[in-house]
Each structure stands twice: as structure tokens, then as C-alpha cells.
Design a protein around this ligand. Structure first.
Ligand code: C2E
Ligand code: MG
Ligand code: MG
Ligand code: MG
Length: 298
């Protein structure tokens, strides 16, 4: 107690620690119930080719709607699930559910190209010995090739257990599944991982995109350098958090291949995503002339 106080803590500090532990426990209880009742959902956010404006795929994002309560953000419940171990059953459910939608688009989407679904895999799931079987089982159940999904890893997921991560990645690659490194640039040791691990796609974190076009030219310089390294390694780039047409236009000029963000669409419930696929007209990033540029012809 005394020690805590002398470190600048107070009774208030203790109280808030207590409250958050209680809240965490109750959240954990309702999370277990939600899993049993299949109350989690996946929403799908489109990924768009910056050059052609075509739909390139979707990212599956977990949602937890709660009756009569505010939804909990995955930025909160995923770390909690990682702490309490529920990430294993939740992560398996995410894979099965995302593969089912990937199969729906593959069989009924009426597209002339595959719209792969990106699935987020947490580092903790690498400790799930049956994980690869869940992936292959889901693909086989639905009769779809590995090219219908991609798997996203964060840098920290890999850092926590590089050997397991590598083994899982190689198994995925052998099944024709492309690999993405997520939130690139926010972790550490990123450049050597980029060179040494079998990634196909690099998702550049929103923090790099956010300041594009701002007063400080160093943000753009950094992004330009990042994109050129990624291209030199023959991987494709997705910019996360694209919110304005000006950002999309600039990203295209910097050599970025794909974009994802509120400019195109937020993550959508499956039926809404389906409507979006059916009605997608392409997207011209510079089409509003906001940077005076000539947009790509669609
Ligand atoms: P992430 O994988 O980097 O996903 C992108 C996040 O950015 C999503 O947040 C998405 O809604 C948000 N986003 C997309 N476009 C924009 C934009 O233009 N502006 C802004 N401000 N945000 C944008 P979301 O859905 O809240 O998910 C947060 C994180 O939770 C994800 O980050 C991912 O790390 C984790 N997560 C979500 N679903 C799953 C899942 O099924 N499994 C695992 N392991 N993690 C998940
Ligand atoms: Mg992701
Ligand atoms: Mg991301
Ligand atoms: Mg991110």
C-alpha cells in the first residue's frame, strides 16, 4: 500500500484497479456466454485497388453486439480474449465463419475474380495445435481453394513466437493461402521480418496514412520509403485507414497498390457487404479533382 502511494498512486488508483478487475471479470463472463450463444458477428470491410477502383477483397472484423448495451470494440475484447484464453474458441469461430462467407462469394458472388477474405489471427492462436486443421477443414467443407482467404498477422504476434509463426505460415502457404503483415510499422524488428518471413502483402498502418497531406513533409517521405522497400521485396501494399480522396490519390502516386478505409466503406454486415459487391461501380481516387490530378480511367 505504502509503496503504491509513494509511487504517486492513491486510494483512487486502488479503487480504479479494483473496478477494472471487476469489469473485466463481468466482461469475461458475458464473453463466454456470447460465444456459447454465437452472439459474435463478423463484418466485412472492402479492400480496393487504388489504380482501377476495383474491389480486391474484404477484411473480416469481429463484432460483439450486445442487447441493450454499447457494443464492445474488438480493440478491447480481443486483448481481453487473449488474456483469458477465449481467443482460441473465438479465433476458431472467426476462421469458420469467414471461410463460409468467402465460399459464398466464390460460389455465388457472380464476380469474374476471387474476392478473398482476410482473416486476423492473433499470436495467441499460434498455441492452438489444431489451428491448421481448422483452416483446411473449413476450406474443404466449403469446397474452396486457399486463394479465397488471406491470413493477417501482426508484428507482435510473430515476435511472440517466431518459430511457431513460421511453421504455421509455411503450412498456410503450402495450401495456397496468402499472408499479410498487419499494422506494419507500429511494431519492432519489422524490416528483418519483412525480408525473412513469407509475406505476400504488407498492410501499412493507419498512423502513416493519417498525416498524409499535412504540414510535415516527413510523413510522406517515410511512407514513400516504406512503399519502395516493400515493392523492392516484391510484396503488395495495402494502406489502412484511407479516409479522404486526397489520401487515396497520394497513396496511388506513392506506388501503393490497395487501400482500405472509411473513404471506401466501413466494415459491413454480410448482407450489406453482399449488396456492396453487387452494386460496386469502381472508385476513382482523384476523380473529384481535389489534388488537381487526372484520376485513373475506370
Ligand atoms: P486491424 O486488423 O488493423 O483492422 C483495421 C481496423 O481499422 C478495424 O478496426 C477497422 O474498422 C478500422 N478502420 C478501417 N478503416 C478505417 C478508417 O478509415 N479510419 C479509422 N479510424 N479506422 C478504420 P476494428 O474493427 O475496431 O478492429 C480493431 C482491431 O481488432 C483490428 O485491427 C484487429 O487487430 C482486431 N480484430 C478485429 N477482429 C479480429 C478478429 O477476428 N481476430 C483477431 N485476432 N483480431 C481482430
Ligand atoms: Mg487486420
Ligand atoms: Mg490492420
Ligand atoms: Mg491497424
Amino acid at each position: 500500500q505504502a509503496k503504491r502511494r509513494s509511487r504517486g498512486g492513491s486510494a483512487v488508483f486502488d479503487l480504479s484497479m479494483h473496478t477494472s478487475a471487476v469489469q473485466r471479470l463481468s466482461l469475461e463472463t458475458s464473453m463466454r456466454r456470447a460465444l456459447d450463444q454465437e452472439a459474435f458477428q463478423l463484418h466485412y470491410q472492402p479492400i480496393v485497388c487504388l489504380q482501377s477502383g476495383r474491389l480486391a477483397g474484404f477484411e473480416a472484423l469481429a463484432r460483439w453486439p450486445r442487447v441493450g448495451q454499447k457494443p464492445v470494440s474488438p480493440a478491447d475484447f480481443i486483448p481481453l480474449a487473449e488474456q483469458n484464453g477465449l481467443i482460441l474458441p473465438l479465433g476458431r469461430w472467426v476462421i469458420q465463419s469467414a471461410v463460409a462467407w468467402a465460399a459464398h462469394w466464390y460460389h455465388h458472388g457472380g464476380q469474374d475474380h476471387i474476392l478473398p477474405v482476410n482473416i486476423n489471427v492473433s499470436g495467441h492462436q499460434l498455441g492452438d495445435p489444431g489451428l491448421m486443421d481448422v483452416v483446411t477443414g473449413a476450406l474443404e467443407d466449403h469446397g474452396i481453394p486457399g486463394a479465397c482467404i488471406k491470413v493477417e498477422f501482426t508484428e507482435s504476434a510473430i515476435m511472440e513466437n517466431t518459430e511457431r509463426a513460421r511453421a504455421f505460415m509455411e503450412a498456410l502457404k503450402a495450401r495456397g493461402i496468402a499472408l499479410c503483415i498487419d499494422d506494419f510499422g507500429t511494431g519492432y524488428s519489422s524490416l528483418s521480418q519483412l525480408r525473412d518471413l513469407p509475406f505476400d502483402v504488407v498492410k501499412i498502418d493507419r498512423s502513416f496514412v493519417r498525416h498524409l497531406g499535412g504540414a510535415d513533409p516527413r510523413h510522406e517521405a517515410m511512407l514513400r520509403a516504406l512503399v519502395s522497400i516493400i515493392r523492392a521485396l516484391d510484396k503488395s501494399t495495402v494502406a489502412e485507414g484511407v479516409e479522404t480522396r486526397a489520401q487515396a490519390a497520394r497513396l496511388l502516386e506513392l506506388g501503393c497498390d490497395l487501400g482500405q478505409g472509411f473513404l471506401f466503406s466501413p466494415a459491413l454486415a454480410p448482407q450489406e457487404a453482399e449488396r456492396l459487391v453487387a452494386s460496386w461501380q469502381g472508385f476513382a481516387p482523384a476523380g473529384d479533382g481535389s489534388r488537381g490530378g487526372e484520376g485513373p480511367d475506370l
